[in-house]
Design a protein around this ligand. Sequence first.
Ligand SMILES: [Zn+2]
Length: 437
Amino acid sequence: MLNARTLIAAFVFPIALGAQTTLDKSETALRGEVAKRRDDQISYLEKLVNIPSGTLNVTGVREVGRVIGATLDSMGFKSQWVEVPGDMKRAGHLVSTHVGKAGTPRILLIGHLDTVFEGPNQRFERVDTIAKGAGSNDIKGGDVIMIYALKAMQAAGTLKDLNVTIVMTGDEEYPGEPLRIARAALTDAAKQADLALAFEGGSRTQATIGRRSASGWVLKVGGQQGHSGGVFRNGYGAIYEAARILDEFRRELANEKDLTYNPGTIAGGSNVTYDSLTQSGTVASKTNIIAPITWVQGDLRAMDPEQIVRAQAKMKEIVARHLKGTTAEISFAEGYPPMAVTPGGEKLLTFYSDASAALGYGALKASDPALRGAGDLSFVAPFIDGVEGLGALGSGAHSPNESVNLPALTMQTERAAVMLYRLSKEKAENVRRKPKM
Ligand SMILES: [Zn+2]
């Protein structure tokens, strides 16, 4: 009989009702197929890591794409290479599609082909339960998790129903410019998909469904050059004006939740060269000269597009309150869009968490949006919901000491396989982003 307490419990925890927290027969079979390919998966990772593919190594990035494309094609995918304009000096992207059962979700899987570092000392090397090597964790470890989850599904006979497009960008670590064109292959795929799963670094206990934007700004300040003795009478100069602006940024904008902006460099004096691309320059002047020029370059991180608009408007307003005898202008660069936490994203995280729990790995929580760096999933966030962090566990990503945890590859591959299998049995409209009311 229902008493008041069970009624309240049922009302408060509706999500727990119907959650599939044990493995069905097909899922148990999937787990077996992942285990069978464990050694093969590690050898494949070794093969990928030993193809040096730093972002600007166009030949290497293409070769990683060729190897992965051939693997996917042998599984019934159709792969194509998407070129980017030559002056971008990037390799392009791999796009592979697999058509499954109509009416089930069209899933976008995101990985990448390039690495931050590469080099003769960063070849694949197994040390006990870890393996070192360039990209072993970020993201070649994530790529083999994706590929071997799909291989397990193929062997278990469940891949045939899956509608999936894989985009592996060739320049995730150092995107070509302009970003809009560099990411066109990804955003085009997102417009044809219902949801996205991304294979950057994973965790035992967390995944990401929200992350902040990352974009840049440059502040150019001018002042009337003159003898320092006249500074308070004739005009304050560019350095005082830059200091005023930065201090007002800090005082007037610092209290907004999840918003940060950081001046990364500053260069001021009478002779200033500054290159905002390399973020470096030179300064020279004298202490008895009122500085005529100051450059500041910084970043801006926000949780949603409205917050970016608000912050930029406020920053412009602050910049325009010029001190006597000074000028200033601020410009904002294109960047990674924010990925706000959405109900759809939360639902996908529940799917992933339930898959993890059913496998005996425990539930997963959402990571703090303020803490995760920007990534390719951000570019699809304006169109579809997604989860980040289905990738490898390891350490030293973006450093020459990168390594991957090999036993955890199995956990992540099982989680991905069960998640994909469960999604393939859903109706697309159940997991697609709902229009805002
Ligand atoms: Zn990465």
